[in-house]
Design a binder for this molecule. Sequence first.
Ligand code: ZN
Length: 252
Amino acid sequence: MIDCHSILVENLECEGNLSEEEKKIKTLIVSTNREDWVHMIKIIENFNVDIYEFGIGLHPWFIKEEEYSHEEDINYLKELLIQYPKLRIGEVGLDKIRKTTFPFQVKLFQQQLQLASQYQRSISIHCVRAHGTLLMILRELNQQLHIEPPRGFFFHSWSGSDQITKDILRLNRIGRFCYFGISAKINAKNLDLISAIPPDRIITESDLFLNDRNRLDLLQSALKSIQLLYPKLNNEKIEENYQEFLGFQKNN
Ligand SMILES: [Zn+2]
């Protein structure tokens, strides 16, 4: 199975408790704040687990109003991206449930998107009740880029309208690099939402902590929902989408 969005746990001690099936789940593990990045780097340096990919990012829930500390965070993020060329960016994004920090969220999201372009990294994006702003930012990025981005954009547990999904896919430079996450936790029952996404842009995700024992069940249940609409979209095809998002394959 593919899990394109699982959240970091402090150590991988839990690995020992995972079943053989769980150990085969190819997973993008994301982090949300500076403290997590430090744990993540420790994991990368101490474990040689090739089923995992890693993302570092500043998540909107961890953005504070004092702007100064974020500049340091962004600089540190940049250093880590340079030092660890295999790191992805995520999770980052916008969340209007935290209204007070929204202007800072926009700014930091844009900075992290720029870093993704600059260092050619795939990026995992969280968006809650801010899809209009997200589209506006993506349109700006689409205009700025003179060439197609070499790596993908993943909208995890996607909750945007049909129209926004179509508008994103239509962006002439970045649209074909956009992928959408389906999780049993948030959107897998919403077949209207899934039907707006072409099958070659769908990726399963758990949206759960890495040591959550429900991960496998929820991934299987998300895939079942997807297959109600796209019966031929099996695990192998989802994996192709995942690899393309990560930049391992490109079907030019
Ligand atoms: Zn999220």
